[in-house]
Design a protein around this ligand. Structure first.
Ligand code: FMN
Length: 200
């Protein structure tokens, strides 16, 4: 594991009770700040026994419900994977803060409810345009220009838009420091939280 010549460990990194709020602040900042490493986490799913990873934009975080929100296209491979197996993991590493977070839990896909409608309403026109792409994402094409968005039917885009909410049931936090790495795990069982330090 990497060792760093750096400043002393911040006090809260020795305080198990303070780590979760700090981790949640990283998620909230990831939603609000495009420059945050947590703005573009990686989402892992499992399909046909194989893991698959991809970057998404973190669109929302609710610390009470413990949901991490991203937007996606129902025609994508990740949605097929989530329908077959809703368990997913999210990973992000902030190199400036030297903090890695891994969060795991089931993903709920919102199609036509208030949550999905609100997410669509708040989406920018350029973001909405990506859902107009034809044929479906992941389709093999002869030439890259075959899927250019010019002239495509933008009215069709809402139908393929999905809001995806990952409810965190496991969260692991890792802080790298020359003076001693710190690692902690948080687990929710029926909303009851248990937490522990781990050997880094
Ligand atoms: C910076 C960045 C942000 C991305 N954001 C999203 C996103 O919010 N939602 C999404 O579906 N795909 C997003 N993508 C594309 C995915 O990483 C992926 O290539 C695509 O969704 C197809 O994934 P799949 O075949 O596993 O479904 C993003 C890619 C990058 C590089």
């Amino acid at each position: 594991m990497v060792a760093f010549m750096s400043e002393p460990i911040p006090a809260h990194h020795n305080d198990l009770d303070a780590i979760l709020p700090a981790a949640f602040r990283l998620f909230s900042r990831g939603v609000a700040d495009r420059r945050s490493a947590f703005h573009t986490p990686t989402i892992a799913t499992i399909a046909h026994g194989l893991p698959a990873l991809r970057t998404v934009v973190l669109r929302g975080f609710d610390p009470v419900l413990r949901t991490l929100t991203f937007h996606t296209d129902v025609r994508s491979a990740k949605v097929a994977a989530l329908i077959a197996n809703p368990m997913a993991a999210l990973h992000a590493y902030d190199a400036g803060q030297k903090i890695q977070i891994r969060a795991t839990g089931p993903v709920t896909l919102h199609e036509a409810d208030d949550a999905a409608d609100g997410a669509w309403e708040r989406s920018s026109p350029p973001a909405r345009r990506t859902y107009a792409i034809l044929p479906a994402p992941g389709t093999a094409i002869a030439s890259p220009a075959d899927a250019d968005l010019d002239g495509q039917d933008l009215a069709a885009t809402r139908a393929v838009f999905r809001r995806a909410d990952l409810t965190i049931t496991h969260l692991e936090w890792l802080y790298l420091a020359a003076t001693g790495h710190r690692r902690a795990r948080f687990t929710w069982t029926d909303d009851a939280l248990s937490s522990t330090w781990l050997v880094p």
